[in-house]
Write a protein that binds this ligand. Structure first.
Ligand SMILES: [Zn+2]
Length: 290
């Protein structure tokens, strides 16, 4: 069995000193591919460099370029034009556009990111639309961030009818919300949310969905697993370094997979193969660039 972490911020500083060791540990645990989305112009070069430097050393790394709705404060249309040019230039080194999206609950992050959704929702929509256009123009799939925003995202996706669809990252929501995305050809990223027994709505939704619609992700170092499950990362990092381990790591993928085996009731081998097929369908079809 092999796994793909379809969403991991591996360029985060918390991983930098231990990256070779972490990637070796991933290989040992059959995590054979990691997809690294960018979040703002500040980390475009970082994700590109990291991906080129460590691809197949010893596992496969891929990246996507895009601007996340949390990081728009000092950005202008100029930044989108730069992204347009960078995507053209790096077309053969990226596999998608992301992480892009709409966030209706950024008030939580207003202190950190300087804007509430009320203040910047128009700007969020402008950036989202521009980047959907970029994806279409370049025939690339998208990785979409959502929070309290399904009702805004779905109409955009219906309008744009993307050539390559993509992933709804960190999916939480109802069966009907999930169904809206599946009808548009999207897959849903399943991560730590199913480790929380209180996340009954999402767990019940995932139970009802066809396994052809799911992919695994950690969103590391964000979105740690619930304390209700045991994570292998503490031990791994303790062996190597006395510093505090990151809150989440791609090494948690097999834990999320086991949870998904329990939720779906599907045999591990069958589920693992299907999840890999699903990633392949979105990112690595015949005309894929890497
Ligand atoms: Zn993310």
């Amino acid at each position: 069995m092999k796994y793909t972490d379809s969403h991991c911020h591996l360029d985060d500083n918390c991983f930098s000193t231990q990256l070779p060791e972490l990637l070796s540990q991933c290989k040992l645990r059959n995590i054979s591919r990691i997809i690294i989305p960018s979040i703002s112009p500040d980390n475009f070069q970082q994700v590109l460099t990291l991906t080129k430097q460590y691809h197949q050393r010893p596992i496969e790394l891929f990246c996507t370029l895009g601007i996340h709705p949390w990081f728009l404060k000092h950005l202008t249309l100029n930044d989108l034009e730069n992204l347009n040019q960078l995507i053209t230039k790096e077309k053969h080194n990226i596999i998608g556009v992301g992480e892009i999206g709409l966030d209706g609950a950024t008030s939580k992050h207003a202190a950190q990111f300087g804007q509430t959704p009320e203040e910047n929702f128009e700007q969020q929509q402008r950036f989202f639309e521009y980047q959907l256009d970029l994806a279409n123009k370049n025939e690339l799939p998208v990785i979409i961030h959502h929070r309290q925003s399904h009702q805004h995202i779905v109409p955009f996706l219906r309008q744009y009818q993307l050539a390559k669809s993509g992933i709804i990252h960190g999916f939480t929501g109802s069966y009907q919300q999930a169904k809206d995305y599946l009808d548009l050809g999207f897959k849903l990223g399943i991560g730590s949310s199913i480790s929380f027994s209180r996340a009954k709505k999402t767990i019940n939704t995932v139970k009802r969905l066809p396994i052809e619609s799911l992919v695994l992700e950690t969103d590391a170092p964000s979105m740690p697993l619930s304390n209700e499950v045991i994570s292998p990362i503490d031990n791994t990092f303790k062996q190597n370094n006395s510093s505090k381990p990151p809150a989440n790591s791609p090494l948690n993928i097999p834990v999320i997979f086991e949870l998904l085996v329990n939720v779906t009731g599907i045999t591990p081998e069958v589920l693992a193969n299907q999840l890999e097929d699903n990633v392949n369908k979105i990112f690595f079809t015949k005309d894929s660039t890497i």
